[in-house]
Design a protein around this ligand. Structure first.
Ligand SMILES: [Zn+2]
Length: 111
């Protein structure tokens, strides 16, 4: 199975679907299903029972639902642009993600 290029905490740009063009932070990734959950995007209304701690009245809350990982592109923290992800192996053998924009090429992860 292909490695997930998107990780929790990344900033991503949605490139297709109803949220296309928006940028958000990744809250969760599901490598098995190749899905990502983005902060405050792709919301669905969910009916809840009253919960004394969180929501005493119960009712309808909005909750993030997963998107297919193929619908998002990583936003490079160095150049701020959505990019495809490359890899680079550091001197001590760690694999770091790298921006593939020709005029950037910076590491996305700390080496
Ligand atoms: Zn970049």
């Amino acid at each position: 199975m292909a490695n997930m290029k998107i990780k929790k905490g990344d900033q991503v740009r949605v490139v297709s679907g109803k949220e296309a063009g928006k940028t958000a932070k990744v809250l969760r990734v599901d490598p098995q299903k190749r899905r990502v959950v983005l902060e405050r995007l792709n919301l669905a209304k969910k009916h809840t029972k009253p919960n004394p701690k969180k929501n005493p009245q119960g009712g309808v809350i909005e909750q993030e639902t997963p998107l297919d990982a193929s619908n998002v592109m990583l936003v490079c923290p160095a150049c701020g642009q959505p990019t495809r992800v490359g890899y680079r192996v550091t001197e001590d053998g760690a694999k770091v993600r790298r921006c593939r924009r020709p005029n950037c090429g910076k590491d996305i992860d700390k080496a």
